[in-house]
Write a protein that binds this ligand. Structure first.
Ligand SMILES: [Zn+2]
Length: 350
């Protein structure tokens, strides 16, 4: 898996030379200072304060807007594979164009851009000191057919089930629309459970069966949007990265006990089928903190932990365009010492 981890150097020119904009700002500032010195030299003492004020007023906006003498180099790294994540570093406020998406670096100077399961195999990236086309490795997810499907267990049929499903949908949509700042994937991700993986992200499943109530055949198609771990009921679930809890509900219709954890940069962990939810919306949790216990709740077909990671474009209002990425690929990112990287205290799992 390490081979999938790529590092891409930014343009070597970045940080080596002063930009034309800076040179001009420097000259303009020098001109103003000369002019003010002449004014001050000729003025009566009571006019000195006015002259200084007007000088400050004139040069202050330039001084604020002037970039640091050596602008931060820009480079991208991450997992260049469908379902992966690109992380670009630069200076705070730097604008990055990735394909048709434009993202602005936050105070960490980073942007994080998810690659959909079926993302194009080439991605153009443009920024102040970076222009490149990156090759994206192709996924090869299988199509599985699952017979003996119990349609009545999955579908919401009765009015009560439908109302429960509709309520659950609204709760989820509200949480998907909530964004919090955070370090996203900058510090890496750890496994949310020590249980072994049981089902990967990506395969399409075609379920076929017969309804026990109506006797009619049924078929349903879905793509597995998470990473399943074969955990017996009651296994502790830890936060794979620091984040803010945006949803904590013991009983959503399909998902059962569910937690949404917003890591920042649009990255959201989703945990389903939990038997116990030990956090509340608004809680700030450190990487490694216990947040829940695994279960078999909702429309689950057996005890397991489902861990999904959704990438939501923070610059867009269109939540329908958001997509899930592959959590297993995030586990390949280097896991940094959080105390060094972000100053967040790490809690250890019991
Ligand atoms: Zn799953």
């Amino acid at each position: 898996m390490r081979a999938a981890l790529c590092l891409i150097a930014g343009l070597a020119l970045a940080g080596c030379s002063e930009s034309p904009g800076q040179a001009m700002a420097g000259e303009a500032g020098a001109g103003l200072i000369t002019e003010a010195a002449q004014t001050i030299g000729q003025a009566a003492p009571e006019a000195l304060a006015d002259a200084v004020d007007s000088l400050l007023a004139e040069i202050a906006p330039d001084a604020e807007a002037a970039p640091s003498p050596e602008p931060a180099a820009q480079a991208c790294s991450g997992i260049l594979k469908q379902g992966g994540l690109i992380i670009c570093d630069g200076a705070p406020g730097d604008v990055f164009h990735l394909g048709s998406v434009t993202l602005t670096a936050d105070e960490t100077g980073s942007i994080q851009f998810g690659l959909a399961r079926q993302a194009p195999l080439s991605l153009g990236v443009r920024a102040r000191a970076l222009e490149a086309a990156f090759e994206i490795a192709e996924r090869r997810d299988e199509l599985r057919t699952v017979p003996g499907f119990d349609c009545d267990r999955i579908d919401a049929r009765t009015p009560e089930q439908r109302a429960h499903a509709a309520r659950s949908w609204e709760i989820k949509q509200a949480a998907f629309a909530a964004f919090h700042p955070g370090r996203g994937a900058l510090d890496g991700f750890i496994r949310p459970s020590s249980a072994p993986p049981s089902s990967p992200f990506g395969p399409a499943r075609r379920y076929i069966g017969v309804s026990k109530t109506s006797g009619e055949p049924c078929e349903s198609m879905s793509v597995h949007q998470g990473y399943d771990m074969a955990a017996p009921v009651g296994t502790p679930v830890v936060a794979p990265a620091a984040g803010v809890v945006t949803l904590a509900d013991p009983d959503l219709y399909y998902e059962g006990g569910t937690i949404f954890l917003d890591h920042g940069h649009g990255l959201l962990s989703v945990f389903m089928h939990l038997s116990e939810v030990n956090v509340a919306p608004g809680d700030v949790v450190a990487r490694g903190a216990v947040i829940a216990k695994t279960g078999n709740t909702g429309r689950s077909t057996g005890p397991h932990l489902h861990w999904g990671v959704k990438w939501r474009n923070p610059a867009s209002e269109n939540r329908g365009a958001d997509f899930y990425i592959d959590p297993a690929l995030l586990l390949d990112l280097p896991v940094l010492d959080v105390a060094d990287a972000g100053g967040v205290l790490e809690m250890s799992a019991p």
